[in-house]
Ligand binder design. Sequence first.
Ligand SMILES: [Zn+2]
Length: 490
Amino acid sequence: MDLIKLKLGVSVSYSTALRGKNLAMRELRGNSEDSYKMLYSYLHMLEQVNSGTTTKVELDEAGKFKYLFIALGACIEGFKVMRKVILVDATFLKNGYGGVLVFAKAQDPNRHHYPLAFGVLDGENNASWTWFFEMLKTVIPDSSEIVFMSDRNQSLITAVANVYPQSHHGHCIWHLAQNVRNHACNTIKAVVAWRFMELARYYTLHEFESAYASFKVRYPSAFKYLEENTKRETWARVYFPGCRYNLDTSNSVESMNSAFRDARRYALIPLLDTIIKKISDWFNEHRKDAVSGSIDTKLVPLVEIHLHNLWGKAEKTPVRELNSYDLEYEVTDTDDGKVYLVNLIAKTCSCKVYDYEKYPCLHGLAAYLYFLEVPAVHGRRREVNIEYHQLSSQYYWTELWAMAYYRTIYSVPDKSEWNVPDHIKLLQIIPPKKLTRKGRKKVNRNPSVGERRKRTQNVRRPRTNFGFSWLLFGMRTNNPSEPNNPSEPN
Ligand SMILES: [Zn+2]
């Protein structure tokens, strides 16, 4: 029999240790049925310790659990100072009752997860997604400023269109790239996927149309798939009607799902505890990040580093002033020799990078350096004074970044400290029907339409990197929103 030695120096049999571990896991996961019985009381306490929190439980006609929605007050309040781009995704639960765990999240300006709301649904269907978005709408109203990003689940798309008619809905280009890849014939599929993601990220209509025409010639079957199954405005930046800044994939939601991969096996209340504690940890961590910089650092690190990297080149970039009142400049890009038109008041550049990303491109920065260096000669509008951080959208200012995290998120206290009114204690929920397991236990979620499954066996030998750069066209690499790898999300 295998023996293991615990730190205490006591030898116990492996089977005894395993039993102990299983017991500990059961305690961590809690009793599944108790979770449903205590759910109303738990949610009452969650609302008590986190003001402004919205929770909602939906039961079926028989009183069985159907859906759950939670939006923490601190998150909803913080979202007011963040870019209005909401990433949505779902992952299967593994606690024996089926259903999916869904998240609606934002991304903070420094690329961190910022959960807005989460819930448990009985699956991804029209009714469940519609219910979730109806709940979300009670805390985040419909607006033309709101942009949803998700994979191409049809129920989700329909629900967003019905519940948030003013919003814009973009599809995750990483997911779509996997579909495109699967529809490419007689070519290197990874390159087609990469080129598609490049297409989606072009900044000017001219660049897009030119590259799309080449794409059509090189990859006719992938082009046909795109034309017949997608609308350009859902994936191509140049056609997208809303403002999604530098966000174009919902894959960061999936990476968040992976943060809760193990918790998906817990009973409902331990699952909620785990999620809330994790969000609380993220808030604490990023709050420290947001206030830890020097008082002179007024931009989030991501943008600060981006501008720092452009600085040397911007100083050497030729600039010609066109209008000293309206702060319009002609900037000659020494790489492509083209002349770009920058307007520092409107925060625009004819390369369109400034317009979409909302922080300066190389040309915008070059124009600003010119603006600073050239003395205020006769004729310049003297009341114009643009500080460095004012070149970027307020959403990238550290001041607003810190505000998003200013509130503490508290976890629900121990049950012995609960103070729940009797009328809530008496509310009962019947657990949903337990699933009967058939066949091998399934761990991973089904891939979205066209998404590739990960290889689990017969792992292919790494391919030699022959370098595909000669195949590529129109690449931009100096932007923080660009992908680093053709087959992986950023
Ligand atoms: Zn530019």
